[in-house]
Design a protein around this ligand. Structure first.
Ligand SMILES: [Cu+2]
Length: 714
């Protein structure tokens, strides 16, 4: 009898325990427009439940997440659960896996939580992430971890509208570098900067190899934030306490260096997955990665800084641990840009490929940027080879399909691709459930890329054998080759892309699609939906510039996308003598480096001829430089020193060869342009940049004479 009662009690107990374990936890998220003043300017942003960044969501492993999103915006939105293993239609990539959340509508996400760790969530719609749509997503272990915890959500903040940031990146606008130069001398890497540090030859070779100023990040940010603040604190920490920092890099495009005044940093998890603890002095966290770090606070009555410094070292954000006298973390000094430029020169071949110098570089073990660090290499820095899983991660025995991805890009036109194709230019990659996928990635571009895989963890092949770490983001530095592999265990479509927001939106990604996947109820017309996904990197970018000068109007307008460019330039005088000329080109960029641009064009001009003799051009043909309305076929090619050579023939058989170089950075704000052609026309101009829209300008033109004025740039 006693035994039976005990059994009943045991069963009842197990039932209760089980019931308490199967919790559905609900969050309601209200997405609204807001205006935030983060860096001395009111900027349009997003708030969720009135909060910036979005609320921290906490769950326990085994729970079911029920998240109801109320979109109160006038535009559509989406939420993606970064790093989570979930059913395909819950992944939150609008039009690819999940229905977009239309304006003024509600969307329900529901999925079981099969894992624990530090994750995050963000909008996957357009550029919304840059303006506040990101938040922490923490899944606790069922058995509570006894150490204190603190979420550290890092982000970058710009006062500029993200659409403008993106547009300007595509127009090789260097205002961002000028802004940085206000903080760090040499950020523009002008000829004057080069001469000052005795690196004129380095700058010359850099332009000879057709590179623009080198930079480790594209965008100027006004502030860097932890949990939405430039500086924040946790006063609950006492001497001897271990605190676990759940660090999430929710930036749109900033990598951060992490270091602390409290001493060593114990790395205990990456991208939500535990690793064998490893102690380092510092580490870099790539865009969209997460790291769990343990720090022991050494003394009482002191407050120790945990600092996250942007990779370009323009700014930082701090978390203060403990209460009392402030103990600062070691600051990271300004980069030696010209050392970096010299390194890039050595790496870059004349054809635009990266020279691997006979070395196989991988896993962040050799930091190519080291040459730029004034502090040198004395610190023990984390790299991927140090990460080891505490348990075996070997894939189930299955056939392996190997893919080769070369990360490619054109810095000048801001085109980012894989194997020289953007997402919209390539087919989905068909994979079979049950097979193993191995990807060998080579970064043949000048920037590092944090490549993120949705809905799966991959093993990073890093010399740890069966204990290779599991991650969902792989940072890959220029010239590195890394190998990752994963078991194809899901169904549906999954995105693999660079997590730098502006690289992703320019096309750096691929879509994996499982063979024989069941229909996705959220996307009844998948073909039509896919066109929406492809729209992102097919966008046209507009540019306009006009010089309002004493001798006339001189300007250019341009509409361009990944491969095509429509451009028109004009010179309009105020008198009949000066007349006008308008040249229009429409063509397509060819090749990975996009140095070649064949075009069809129009040339319309009229100005009164001053001489009675008919003039000849360089080819002894009659010069029609003052009167012509012609259709032409031409070829532009970017020569060393970034000189644009333009050879064309018009319908009358007249040939013109022209050389032009624009935007030579003489000093931080002074730019030189020059042009010469076979009609003996020439031009030289100087521009002094005042701000992102205006410059003082002056030029001498063989037809229009001397002029001075101001120029407007959009
Ligand atoms: Cu990238």
């Amino acid at each position: 009898m006693k035994n039976i009662l005990f059994t009943v009690w045991l069963i009842a107990g197990a039932f209760l325990l089980n019931a308490s374990a199967q919790v559905t936890k609900r969050y309601d998220l209200y997405v609204r427009d807001t205006v935030l003043n983060i860096a001395n300017k009111k900027v349009k942003a997003y708030a969720v439940n009135g909060q910036f960044p979005m609320p921290e969501l906490h769950f326990t492993e085994g729970d079911t997440a029920l998240i109801v999103v109320h979109n109160e915006l006038n535009t559509e939105t989406s939420l993606h659960w970064h790093g989570l293993l979930l059913p395909n239609e819950q992944d939150g990539v609008p039009y690819l896996t999940t229905a977009p959340i239309k304006a003024k509508s509600t969307h329900v996400y529901k999925f079981p939580l099969l894992q624990n760790g530090t994750y995050w969530y963000h909008s996957h719609t357009a550029l919304q992430e840059q303006h506040g749509m990101y938040g922490a997503f923490i899944i606790h272990k069922r058995n509570i971890n006894p150490v204190k915890e603190q979420t550290v959500l890092l982000s970058d903040w710009t006062n500029m509208d993200a659409m403008q940031v993106h547009r300007r990146l595509h127009n090789a606008n260097d205002w961002s570098a000028i802004k940085k130069a206000a903080i760090q001398k040499g950020a523009v890497q002008s000829y004057a900067d080069a001469i000052r540090v005795n690196k004129f030859n380095v700058k010359l070779e850099n332009e000879w190899k057709r590179m623009l100023a080198m930079d480790v990040s594209d965008v100027y940010y006004d502030k860097f934030l932890i949990n939405g603040l430039n500086s924040t604190e946790n006063k609950t920490i006492r001497a001897g306490d271990t605190i676990r920092l759940r660090v999430i890099n929710g930036s749109a495009s900033t990598y951060f260096w992490l270091n602390t005044a409290a001493g060593k940093i114990r790395v205990v998890a990456s991208d939500g997955m535990e690793v064998e603890p490893v102690e380092v002095d510092r580490l870099i966290i790539a865009v969209s990665e997460t790291y769990d770090l343990e720090i022991i606070v050494p003394e009482s009555n002191k407050s120790f800084e945990f600092r996250a410094t942007s990779e370009d070292r323009i700014g930082y954000t701090s978390l203060w641990l403990g209460e009392g006298t402030k103990i600062y973390a070691e600051p990271l000094q300004a980069l030696n840009y010209f050392e970096g430029m010299k390194m890039m020169n050595d790496m870059m071949l004349m054809n635009g490929d990266m020279n691997d110098m006979g070395m196989q570089m991988s896993l962040q073990q050799m930091d190519m940027n080291m040459v730029m660090y004034p502090e040198g290499a004395s610190k023990k820095t984390l790299n991927y080879a140090m990460l080891k899983s505490p348990s075996k991660t070997t894939l189930p025995a299955a056939s392996t399909r190997t893919l080769q991805f070369e990360l490619t890009g054109n810095m000048n036109r801001y085109v980012w691709s894989i194997n020289n194709k953007t997402v919209s230019e390539s087919d989905k990659i068909l994979i079979k459930k049950g097979e193993n996928i191995r990807i060998i990635i080579y970064n043949n571009s000048m920037m590092r890329h944090p490549m993120h895989l949705h809905g799966h963890f991959f093993r990073v092949i890093n010399g740890q054998g069966d204990y290779a770490p599991l991650k969902n983001v792989l940072d890959i530095m220029p010239m590195e080759t890394d190998t990752i592999e994963f078991s194809a265990s899901e169904s549906g479509d999954w995105y693999f892309h660079c997590h730098i927001l502006y690289h992703m939106m320019s096309g750096m990604g691929r879509i994996f699609t499982y063979e024989n996947s069941p229909a996705n109820p959220q996307l009844p017309d998948k073909e039509k939906a896919l066109k929406q996904v492809y729209k992102d990197d097919k966008e046209n970018h507009f540019m306009f510039e006009n010089d309002f000068a004493s001798n006339g109007l001189d300007g250019e307008a341009m509409l361009q996308n990944t491969r095509w460019r429509f451009q028109s330039e004009w010179r309009i005088g105020y008198t009949a003598k000066h007349g006008y000329e308008v040249e229009t080109h429409f063509g397509r960029y060819i090749g990975r480096m996009q140095w070649l641009y064949p075009y069809i064009g129009l040339d319309n001009r009229s100005r009164s001829h001053t001489s009675t003799e008919s003039e000849k051009n360089l080819f002894s043909l009659n010069s029609t430089k003052d009167q012509r309305n012609v259709l032409c076929l031409g070829l532009q090619y970017t020569l060393p020193m970034l000189v644009n050579a333009d050879l064309r023939i018009d319908q009358t058989g007249n040939i013109r060869l022209q050389f032009m170089r624009e935007d030579i950075p003489l000093s931080k704000r002074l730019r030189l342009s020059a042009m010469y052609n076979s009609d003996f026309e020439y031009m030289a101009g100087l521009k002094y940049v005042l701000n992102q829209s205006f410059a003082i300008s002056s030029h001498y033109d063989s037809d229009m004479g001397f002029g001075i004025g101001f120029s407007f740039l959009y």
